[in-house]
Design a protein around this ligand. Structure first.
Ligand code: MN
Length: 199
């Protein structure tokens, strides 16, 4: 079975003005699509790996033959991370409430402190990568970042929120101003989906 590009849950221009339509179009139909096709290419001669979910592959990278491990890590990671990222965005965002808010307030001083640390992590990550809020263990949240297409599930952590800080995610509109992109992104977070991941 081949891995497939999931459908984008909204139109390319739905996240304007925070993320522009052209960036979304290239990001989804070129970057994400390429991770999917390169993953399929890499696994062409590994039918037993094609049967697994991308999550299962990433959770157990050491079990994968060294000849394709790096390809799975990079392209499988790219496929998994972007699939998650699209779902964490919604046109106009959604209001943080209920269980997620309570969880964040319990793990950080308050929502604003959480936002400040997450922003700092995303803006300060050197080079290409991702900022994450993860469940480190039951009840314990942690803010972290990964390079390239690495992700927390390979370290047995559960992603709750992620932000792509590769330049391809923002360069057309924001050029080198990553901090502006991160500020804008807060307006798009789909907290309802985050809540689903927490439960
Ligand atoms: Mn990306």
């Amino acid at each position: 079975m081949k891995f497939e590009l999931p459908q984008l849950p909204y139109k390319f221009d739905a996240l304007e003005p925070y993320i522009d339509a052209r960036t979304m179009e290239i990001h989804y139909s070129k970057h994400h699509a390429t991770y999917v096709s390169k993953l399929n290419e890499a696994l062409e001669n590994y039918p037993e790996l094609q049967e697994k979910s991308v999550e299962d592959l990433l959770k157990n990278l050491v079990a994968i033959s060294e000849t394709v491990r790096t390809a799975v890590r990079n392209h499988g990671g790219g496929h998994y991370n972007h699939s998650l990222f699209w779902q964490m965005l919604a046109p106009g965002g959604s209001k943080i409430k209920g269980k997620v808010l309570e969880f964040i307030n319990n793990n950080f001083a308050d929502f604003n402190s959480f936002k400040e640390i997450f922003t700092k992590t995303a803006v300060g990550h050197f080079g290409s990568g991702w900022a994450w809020l993860v469940l480190e263990k039951p009840g314990k949240l942690k803010i972290t970042s990964t390079s390239n297409q690495d992700n927390p599930i390979s370290k047995s952590e559960t992603p709750i929120l992620c932000l792509d800080v590769w330049e391809h995610a923002y360069y057309l509109k924001y050029q080198n101003r990553r901090a502006e992109y991160v500020d804008a992104w807060w307006n798009l977070v789909n907290w309802d989906f985050v809540e689903v991941l927490l439960s």
